[in-house]
Design a protein. Structure first.
Ligand SMILES: Cc1cc2nc3c(=O)[nH]c(=O)nc-3n(C[C@H](O)[C@H](O)[C@H](O)COP(=O)(O)OP(=O)(O)OC[C@H]3O[C@@H](n4cnc5c(N)ncnc54)[C@H](O)[C@@H]3O)c2cc1C
Ligand code: FES
Ligand code: FES
Length: 492
């Protein structure tokens, strides 16, 4: 029996689809709109920002079925093998009855020009299925990745608040038909490698992690695609050729999380959404940071491994992970090596990843007992914005108030995520006082020469970097009292 298949298979609403003609860089949105003439799913930005293209994707996770909102504009068709794609067209019942979420949007005038509406409905649908009576905060979080240019948010939030009185979420078709969808997806997952096309036009989906290792040995320069929230934009915005492509999002071994007493090991394919609970419960400062990475759709797709491997100087995960002393496991064939995360970033766009190698996992030590850890992201907007400066601090202070160790790392301050070694050196061995902190502040120019760009000027970056250290001191000295308004509540 062949161990390779030359088509991808997935469920599209109620239809089983098998496709042998899939381009390696074909997006789900293009497939829906151009090949299937399903025009309910809109294209707004084509870069994962506006949410007009939101659809749900159901996937197998630990033998169960999980539905998540994703951006069809940057989701590649090849990544959907073995998944259930649910579009806006699936919501209205055959007798014309609107779905409760759609009806609430109509009744509360949640749609003005309507361009963003299908995306809002799909995001609210995903929320309603997992939380039929959400709080305002849950609604805000669910809609972080949906933009309405008519600023119709208030009406949309009111619709979201009311939707629980419109119908019973347990009677929704995705819940009532769950068992049969689950059985179909399990059948589709036949343990075979998928290979479509040849040479430079290949699309490959490994059967498992060992198969990925074999594929990359044969195709060492292939583009690895995990959540495609970076690679998707290389195609839609920069028109880059990415084939041959290897889709790794469906590899179960890369989606594992293991928790030990003093560390957490996260597979490179774990999404922000899946990492949230374990990271935020053990390292509390990471919770608010994760909540501000993209919108919900990006967090459902994007992986921590992709954020690291991409090597951006303004990626949000490397600085806190460097401050925590994280290490990467890289695999090539059957050999593995471990590198300190801070050493992985060599120069702008240059990481310590050899041809044929892939990131397998990231090992994150938990802060030590006497350590204080915090991370802050500074951006122009609170939600869905890319970092101007991000500072992470992991400082241990002994019982007589002396700094015994310091690991401080920044994003947005250099061509790579980088430690503030000169600043750390001033702090270690000194009393944890404002006087020491003021001395350390003077060492920043030895560590960083930030640039001016559209996100911030060099002067602003330097000022913010220094102030974040002062903030860390003040919060740690004042029993952890936060010095920032974290949320603005809407007055009733
Ligand atoms: C709208 C939007 C908002 C965003 N907001 C943020 C934000 O707030 N903060 C932030 O930090 N980032 C943000 N990003 C960037 C992106 O979401 C993250 O960098 C994400 O973590 C990338 O993960 P991915 O799985 O999607 O990677 P992919 O796009 O699939 O891959 C990214 C890179 O990593 C490589 N790669 C992936 N997996 C592996 C592996 N296992 N081994 C080796 N190489 C691998 C790929 O080849 C590619 O070079 C945003 C992106 C978008 C589109
Ligand atoms: S079209 Fe804007 S997020 Fe996809
Ligand atoms: S209703 Fe006009 S952009 Fe949303």
């Amino acid at each position: 029996m062949s161990t390779t298949r030359s088509e991808i298979r997935f469920l599209l609403n109620g239809e089983a689809v098998a496709l042998a003609d899939v381009r390696p860089d074909e997006t789900l949105l293009d497939f829906l709109r151009l090949r299937r003439s399903m025009r309910g799913t809109k294209e707004g930005c084509a870069e994962g920002d506006c949410g007009a293209c939101t659809v749900l994707v159901g996937r197998l996770a630990n033998g169960d079925l999980v539905y998540e909102g994703v951006n069809a504009c940057i989701r590649f068709l090849g990544s959907l093998d073995g998944c259930h794609v649910v579009t806006i067209e699936h919501l209205k019942r055959p007798d014309g009855t609107l779905h409760p979420v759609q009806q609430a949007m109509v009744d509360f005038h949640g749609s003005q020009c309507g361009f963003c509406t299908p995306g809002f409905v799909m995001s609210l649908y995903a929320l309603w299925m997992r939380n039929p009576s959400p709080s305002n905060y849950a609604i805000e979080k669910a809609l972080q990745g949906n933009l309405c240019r008519c600023t119709g948010y208030e009406a949309i939030v009111k619709a979201a608040c009311a939707v629980s009185s419109y119908g019973d979420a347990t009677r929704d078709p995705l819940k009532t038909e769950r068992a049969s969808v689950l059985a179909t997806l399990k059948e589709m997952k036949d343990g075979k490698r998928v290979k479509i096309g040849s040479g430079d036009e290949q699309l490959l989906i490994p059967a498992d992690a060992d198969d990925l290792a074999r594929i990359l040995e044969a195709e060492p320069t292939a583009t690895i695609v995990a959540g495609s929230t970076d690679v998707g934009l290389w195609v839609t915005k920069f028109m880059r050729r990415i084939a041959p492509v290897v889709f790794v999002g469906g590899i179960d071994e890369l989606r594992r999380i293991s928790v030990e007493d003093d560390a957490i090991t996260i597979g490179s394919g774990v999404s922000y959404t899946d990492a949230f609970e374990v990271l935020s419960s053990r390292i509390s400062s990471l919770g608010p940071l994760l909540d501000r990475i993209g919108g919900e759709q990006i967090r459902n797709m994007g992986t921590i491994g992709g954020n690291i491997a991409n090597g951006s100087p303004i990626g949000d995960m490397p600085p806190p992970l460097i401050a925590l002393g994280a290490r990467l496991t890289l695999r090539k064939g059957d050999s593995r090596r471990t590198v300190e995360l801070e050493d992985f970033f060599i120069d702008y766009g240059k990481q310590d990843r050899r041809p044929g190698e892939f990131v397998e996992a990231v090992h994150i030590p938990l802060p030590k007992q006497r350590a204080r850890f915090a991370v802050w992201k500074v951006t122009k907007r609170r939600d869905e914005d890319i970092t101007a400066v991000l500072g992470a601090f992991n400082i241990s202070i002994d019982s007589d108030g002396t700094v015994t160790s310091a690991r401080i790392a920044y994003g947005g301050m250099a061509v790579t995520p980088k430690r503030a070694r000169a600043v750390e050196a001033v702090l270690v061995g000194q009393p944890w006082t404002m006087e020491t902190v003021e001395k350390a502040v003077g060492a920043y120019p030895s560590d960083f020469k930030p640039i001016t760009d559209m996100r911030a000027s060099a002067e602003y970056r330097m000022l913010v970097a220094r102030n974040l250290l002062k903030r860390f001191f003040l919060e740690s000295a004042d029993s952890g009292r936060p010095l920032q308004v974290k949320r603005y509540e809407v007055m009733a």
